[in-house]
Structures are given as structure tokens and as C-alpha cells.
Design a protein around this ligand. Structure first.
Ligand code: F6R
Ligand code: ZN
Length: 188
């Protein structure tokens, strides 16, 4: 492995800034509108095309031996009755884990194993959720403020969005009568 110099990344826990910024990725609704159940609601919202989430990564090689820190911000909101969420992915190199430390907000960490078992962890300030190797992971903002979390994953992990882009995950998280409800994904 090439020589690399130690450095700090600074996260502002009030302003949710991440410095120095490496790559910043914005996901607008138009990047993932097909992932929501209520297509009528999605198409209507597309005229505004809101940013659903954004994430900040440090400039660290995507190579074995490194660890990549990342801060994600999911904005509050819903598409139909389904809460704003990340696309979700498996790691391309499936035997790599990840940790998500929640900085602010209220969320669910939805995970799915290769056998399609589902596990859901609460995300709240101070929760450090462990995503074991092989599990797909998606975060859902079920609160009314930004859900902000810091993650660390192995440099070689990579991201596999394929299956989730095709049919989603087995469960969806929706609001029913003001409550957060976990439902079966009707398209699964
Ligand atoms: C990296 C990781 C997170 C997500 C980020 C955005 O392995 O899990 O950094 O990449 O929260 O979510 P996706 O990648 O699903 O769009
Ligand atoms: Zn990941």
C-alpha cells in the first residue's frame, strides 16, 4: 500500500459541516423517484426535485487497508406516505462491515441479509449501529429534522445498488395516522 499521511476531518455537530470536504454527493428525488411506492406523489414532487440526502466523504483511496469516513444528511420529508430514505446498497465486496454513528435526528437503519432476513435498528443521537458483513443497508428519516450520521467503512467495500434499484427492500417504512409503521413492500 502506498504511504499516506495522517490527517483530521472536522465535523461540526451543530452546522453538520465536514471539512476538509472530499467528494460531496447529492441525491435529488430525480435520482431515485422510481424507488418510492407512490408514483403519483413522486411525479408530482419532481417539479421541485428536492434534495433527499447528501453525503460527504474524505479523500481516501477506495482500497483495501484504508477506512473511509462519511457523513450523510437525510432531509426530513415524505414521498406519499413513505419517508425520505437513502437508496440503500450491498457492499460490492460483500464481506465488509460498516458502523453508523448518529449525530442528530431520528431514523431507522433497515438491513437485509442475503437470505432476506430483515433487521431494523433505531437511529438516534449517540446510537452506533453495526452493519455486519453481507447485509444491505438503507437509512430512513422518520423525524422532522435532518437525520445526520457518520459512517466508517473499509476502503475496498464498493457499492452494489443493483437489486435494490430493481425491487427495493423487503420492508418499507411509512407514516400511517401520524405513526411510523413498517410494512411489507408490495413490489417485493
Ligand atoms: C457507505 C455507506 C454510506 C452511504 C450513504 C448514502 O458504504 O453505507 O456512506 O453510501 O449514506 O447511501 P447510499 O449509498 O445508499 O446512497
Ligand atoms: Zn455501506
Amino acid at each position: 500500500m502506498e504511504f499516506f499521511t495522517p490527517f483530521n476531518t472536522y465535523i461540526d455537530f451543530d452546522e453538520f459541516t465536514f471539512k476538509p470536504e472530499g467528494e460531496v454527493i447529492y441525491r435529488n428525488l430525480s435520482d431515485m423517484d422510481y424507488m418510492y411506492q407512490d408514483q403519483k406523489a413522486a411525479q408530482k414532487l419532481l417539479t421541485e426535485d428536492p434534495v433527499i440526502y447528501e453525503f460527504y466523504t474524505a479523500d481516501i483511496p477506495e482500497k483495501k487497508g484504508h477506512l473511509r469516513p462519511v457523513m450523510s444528511i437525510i432531509y426530513p420529508g415524505k414521498v406519499g406516505k413513505e419517508y425520505n430514505m437513502t437508496k440503500g446498497h450491498y457492499h460490492e465486496k460483500e464481506d465488509t462491515a460498516e458502523v453508523y454513528l448518529t449525530i442528530s435526528g431520528q431514523g431507522k437503519l433497515l438491513m437485509q441479509s442475503p437470505e432476506n432476513d430483515i433487521e431494523i435498528l433505531e437511529m438516534e443521537k449517540g446510537s452506533a449501529g453495526y452493519i455486519p458483513p453481507y447485509w444491505a443497508h438503507r437509512c430512513i428519516n422518520v423525524g422532522d429534522e435532518p437525520l445526520v450520521f457518520f459512517g466508517v467503512y473499509p476502503g475496498e467495500a464498493g457499492h452494489d445498488y443493483g437489486i435494490i434499484e430493481e425491487k427495493g427492500m423487503k420492508k418499507i417504512i411509512v407514516e400511517e395516522n401520524g405513526e411510523v409503521v413498517i410494512e411489507d413492500n408490495p413490489n417485493y
